[in-house]
Design a protein around this ligand. Structure first.
Ligand code: ZN
Length: 497
């Protein structure tokens, strides 16, 4: 029975964030060790996919660590030691292994190395050597380095955004490892990039954008090109000032040879050609609120995405410009979720449900990124510990934690304030706090695109607002120093070809 080491060390690092990602941020979201990882069996996660295919492949799984933090600033050396080094040390202590399955996001930047995943793989190879096959799953927003492609035998990224195929990709990785261990295939990964920071519509699926034809071509390559084992299109993560940021294509082929690189380059050429095709229109907060008004129907709210303050992209989750526009418009039966403000939550917990309070809410991390604190008088509707379980298409069945939370009602708007910083991508985040989304007229969510998985089915309309937060699509506000140049769209297309 093949012994297979499994682990996860996932982070999407926004190098422009002033909040470093430390051990505690991982513990807030996911930090399971050893046998406790079996808690993820049956969930729509990559680890869930590893477990799902263990029996069929006859694997003896050896769980190490499953650690994931919400996107944020650079990962500290302490966090790298606690989770990345831990996987390596477990491999040393519990080895030898026949194979390794790792869930690595692909856009991690650590204090000691801009290529966090390449670092994990380098440290792991130093222990297990070069002959043990390592298959890695990545987020579709990975910034893939040459080192990652060289040190992993196979790189397999999500094919959906919202990411609803995590378990499927975990299962695909497990099956590829099994075929490798039985000598049926010898996976090799090639990666192609261009001078491109933004592209492939940021990887959006479920909308009528360029990912539709790009993914169709990837599937056709897998079906018709001999020896092609898996093809991934990565939207990349542009809020990272590192050399390799941006979209990429990876092709996993059977055995060494130049053909995988040629196929990856071919598909990447199409990503380049479609570089200006995007499916989203950005509105100002006032425009979004004006359009949302009257755009709902019974049982079907209008949903506004607070795109530029997306915790899922490393933004602070406490920007207030969109909330201010909603208050100015005196909306009724509206919800704003979530606003990260541990201090305000603590004050509300102390006052208790039913209390009336005046709070300086939100905007405390960096007022220049989406608005400063709002002084608001309102009523505490509910306080809770913020625990919930995902019911939507992402992370289905997994546990979620918002930390101590409270609902604060100001006029006709219920504001969900949380202690942790997290993207709203599941209706349970609201339902667990007594808010039934389908009964509301307008719901504002801090999210770019993931919210669509759970909220598009009930939304009468969807509007996307740029409040000027840290993940604003306006890149001119950022100063890149390490990024390779020239690169589009920061530099002209002519200079990039
Ligand atoms: Zn992603």
């Amino acid at each position: 029975m093949p012994r297979v080491l499994i682990g996860e060390f996932s982070h999407e690092t926004n190098t422009f964030s002033r909040v470093p990602t430390d051990v505690e941020h991982f513990r807030q979201r996911l930090a399971l060790e050893g046998a406790a990882m079996a808690d993820m069996a049956g969930t729509n996660t990559e680890i869930g996919g590893f477990y799902a295919r263990a029996k069929a492949n006859g694997f003896d799984l050896v769980p190490t660590v499953a650690a994931s933090a919400g996107p944020g600033g650079v990962v500290t050396e302490a966090a790298y030691a606690a989770f990345g080094r831990r996987i390596v040390e477990d491999a040393r202590a519990a080895g030898p292994f026949d194979g390794v399955l790792l869930a690595l996001h692909g856009a991690m930047v650590t204090e000691g190395d801009d290529d966090g995943e390449g670092r994990v793989l380098r440290d792991l190879r130093a222990v297990i050597g070069t002959s043990v096959p390592v298959i890695v799953t990545l987020d579709l927003h990975a910034n893939v380095s040459d080192r990652m492609a060289r040190l992993a035998d196979g790189l397999i990224s999500y094919r959906t955004y919202p990411h609803i195929d995590m378990a499927d990709r975990g299962a695909e990785a497990a099956d590829l490892l099994s075929r490798t261990l039985t000598g049926k295939v010898r996976p090799v990964t090639a990666v192609a990039r261009r001078a491109l920071l933004e592209g492939a519509d940021h990887g959006r699926t479920g909308v009528d954008g360029p990912m539709v034809p790009l993914l169709a071509r990837a599937r056709a390559m897998e079906a018709h090109e001999a020896g092609v084992l898996s093809v991934s299109i990565n939207g990349g993560f542009g809020d990272a000032d590192i050399h390799d940021a941006g979209p990429s294509v990876t092709v996993v082929g059977d055995g060494p040879g130049p053909r995988w690189q040629a196929l990856a380059d071919d598909l990447m050429d199409e990503v380049w050609q479609r570089r200006d095709e995007f499916s989203v229109v950005y509105l100002t907060p006032a425009e979004a609120v004006a359009r949302a008004r009257g755009a709902s129907a019974p049982g079907r709210p209008a949903v506004i995405a607070d795109y530029a303050d997306n915790p899922g992209g490393g933004a602070y989750g406490d920007a207030t410009n969109l909330l201010a526009a909603m208050l100015d418009a005196r909306l009724e039966n509206a919800v704003f979720a979530c606003l990260r403000d541990p201090g305000a939550v603590a004050a509300m917990h102390q006052a208790g449900a039913g209390a009336t309070l005046t709070l300086d809410l939100g905007g405390k991390t960096d007022a220049s990124r989406g608005g400063g604190p709002l002084r608001l008088a309102g009523t505490v509707v509910r306080v809770s510990d913020g625990a919930f379980r995902y019911e939507g298409p992402m992370y289905t069945g997994a546990r979620g934690a918002m930390g101590p939370s409270a609902v604060f009602r100001v006029g006709g708007i219920d504001i969900l304030a949380t202690t942790y910083n997290l993207q709203v991508l599941d209706q349970q985040m609201l339902k667990s706090q007594g808010i039934v989304p389908a009964e509301r007229a307008i719901i504002a969510v801090k999210s770019m695109h993931h919210f669509r998985g759970a909220f598009a089915p009930i939304a009468a309309s969807i509007l996307v607002a740029d409040c000027g937060g840290l993940t604003s699509p306006d890149r001119s506000r950022m100063t890149y120093r390490k990024l390779r140049r020239p690169i589009y769209p920061l530099d002209s297309a002519e200079s990039c070809t």
